[in-house]
Design a protein around this ligand. Structure first.
Ligand SMILES: Nc1ncnc2c1ncn2[C@@H]1O[C@H](COP(=O)(O)OP(=O)(O)OP(=O)(O)O)[C@@H](O)[C@H]1O
Ligand SMILES: [Mg+2]
Length: 325
């Protein structure tokens, strides 16, 4: 069953310097229990999409200007702010991009987790604290450390606490925005493994935001590739990794080192992501696309389903002449 269904989401930041079109018609579905990776370069609109789901886009300057977001069958964009506060943390929770700032330095770690539990689960302080301690051991931290303050924890441990807070009320959907970017590589792998295990164990759906295709390969069932506010390719890992269709996705794969292919030089994608206040005409990727033709400069591509559940936004796929190239 569909847990989250985003249709045609559009989010703009309206500033004195112009209108920044950060999210431009995003469609995305997350089934119950499924983990979907949202991948794209910096500025693609990943965090803005996530904040949109929670109705936390800073306003002003941000504004959701179009679309629908259905969560468990209900349109979140029609909910009151009071109703949204109930949903946040309890049904949908988010690990923010800069998790190190998410903890309050003056409150003991156990109490911080208990606070969230108490708010959403309608239980006593003692009960909340005992659940908080259980949650700490779930994320691999000894119960006695619940009495300590965040500064007594290492970076990896703080991140585990942030995850404990996010999962404390057993949300149906976890949005993890670059949850491991601030950690060193070995800790990154541990924390990702843990998120993955907990997600499976608790049957939580997950939207994992990252710029790292390797991380998605380890943790997700499906992947959406985002560029300049649009989803360019979407499908199962097998479809997108082994039957890559979009020239942008191909560019992303060509720019990461591979152990099993005899590497020539890495091929970074030429040029830069367009400024969202001045998006190109036609297909937004055309100025950087090695396969662009005249029509791409004027005609935006629509999503085509190239095989069951594998969607691509490219005119070459609309025409069906991408095969074998
Ligand atoms: N408060 C804001 N005011 C104006 N523009 C904003 C604001 N927040 C984000 N933007 C713009 O919206 C676009 C998308 O930003 P967003 O943070 O969603 O990207 P992202 O894909 O999460 O990038 P990153 O990988 O760097 O986290 C960017 O061009 C950004 O400059
Ligand atoms: Mg971001």
């Amino acid at each position: 069953m569909k847990l989250l269904e985003i249709r045609g989401l559009e989010i703009h930041y309206v500033t004195d310097d112009g209108i920044f079109k950060a999210v431009n018609g995003v469609d995305l579905v997350i089934e119950e229990g499924e983990a979907v990776g949202l991948v794209g370069e910096t500025g693609a609109g990943k965090t803005t999409t996530a904040l949109g789901i929670l109705r936390l886009v800073p306003s002003p300057p941000g504004k959701i200007v179009g679309g629908e977001i259905f969560f468990a069958g209900e349109n979140l964009l029609k909910k009151s702010m009071k109703a949204m506060r109930k949903i946040r943390g309890a049904e949908i929770s988010m690990i923010f991009q800069d998790p190190m700032t998410a903890l309050n330095p003056t409150i003991r770690v156990g109490e911080q987790i208990a606070e969230v539990i108490k708010q959403h689960m309608n239980c006593s302080k003692t009960e909340a604290l005992s659940r908080a301690i259980d949650m700490l051991s779930t994320v691999g931290i000894q119960p006695e450390r619940a009495m300590e303050y965040p500064h007594q924890f290492s970076g990896g441990m703080k991140q585990r606490v942030v995850i404990a807070i996010a999962l404390a009320c057993q949300p149906k959907l976890l949005i993890a925005d670059e949850p491991t970017t601030a950690l060193d590589v070995t800790i990154q792998a541990q924390v990702l493994d843990m998120i993955h295990d907990l997600q499976q164990k608790l049957h939580t759906s997950m939207l994992l935001i990252t710029h790292d295709l390797g991380v998605v390969a380890e943790t997700c069932d499906k992947v959406a590739i985002m560029y300049a506010g649009e989803i360019m390719e979407y499908g199962t890992l097998d479809q997108v990794y082994n039957d890559t269709k979009h020239p942008y996705t191909k560019g992303l794969f060509a720019s990461i080192p591979s152990l099993d292919k005899k590497a020539g030089r890495l091929q970074p994608i030429q040029g830069m992501m367009p400024n969202p206040s001045d998006l190109p005409s036609g297909c937004v990727f055309h100025p950087r696309c090695p396969r662009a033709s005249e029509i791409c400069k004027v005609k935006a591509a629509s999503m085509s389903e190239v095989s069951g559940g594998h969607f691509v936004r490219c005119i070459l796929c609309e025409n069906g002449d991408m095969e074998g190239k």
